[in-house]
Design a protein around this ligand. Structure first.
Ligand code: 5GP
Length: 192
């Protein structure tokens, strides 16, 4: 069986990358979204084991020590990390695995798995980003400011990504992402 493609989707917090990832899985069967571990508190409506595995700092540090994470990073005030064994097993089963992670993690994964494809999702404009972040209503003003600042810093690294998708319409962004994956699979086949 062909190995699945490892897709790393980063982007400005609030750019709509979560919606795109959810939608591509509804639409096509061979995608899986990796569920990260984090030390941040759940937002209203988030469920342990669905959006994230919500764990303590001590548990997180144990996972780092035991080599259970493919990558990890600190974002604003918390740790976030990707489960290694699960991701590798899904790819072996032919699934295209999506990691929705920030950029330090993205570059760590690329160092280990050079065939990973890095995709950066941009909001159509920065006011839209701020509006979406505030519209979510789950963060304090201080946290929103920190996230906006972090977003500005991340934009400087966009040119190190393989593709940039400007998310004007979810359906269009999903099709772009899917086309990228189909092209990679085709290239892998002809390269064999
Ligand atoms: P949020 O708190 O908004 O859910 O996530 C904050 C940031 O952490 C987002 O940019 C998200 O993509 C990123 N993130 C989520 N899970 C992981 C992970 O496992 N590793 C890394 N490096 N970043 C992650």
């Amino acid at each position: 069986m062909d190995k699945g493609v490892l897709l790393i989707v980063s982007g400005l917090s609030g750019a709509g990358k979560g919606t795109i990832c959810k939608r591509i899985m509804e639409k096509y069967p061979d995608y899986e979204l990796s569920i990260s571990a984090t030390t941040r508190d759940p937002r209203p409506g988030e469920v342990d084991g669905r959006e994230y595995f919500f764990i303590t700092k001590e548990e997180f540090e144990d996972r780092i020590k035991n080599g259970q994470l493919l990558e990890y990073a600190k974002y604003v005030d918390n740790y976030y990390g990707t489960p290694k064994d699960w991701v590798l097993a899904q790819m072996d089963q032919g699934k295209n695995v999506i990691l929705e992670i920030e950029l330090q993690g993205a570059f760590q994964v690329r160092d280990q798995i050079p065939e990973a494809v890095l995709i950066f999702i941009m909001p159509p404009d920065m006011e839209e980003l701020e509006r979406r972040l505030r519209g979510r209503g789950s963060e304090t003003e201080e946290q929103i400011k920190k996230r906006l600042l972090r977003a500005m810093e991340e934009i400087e690294y966009v040119d190190q990504y393989d593709y940039v998708i400007v998310n004007e319409e979810v359906e269009k962004s999903v099709e772009m992402l899917h086309t990228i994956v189909l092209n990679i699979k085709e290239e892998n086949k002809t390269g064999e």
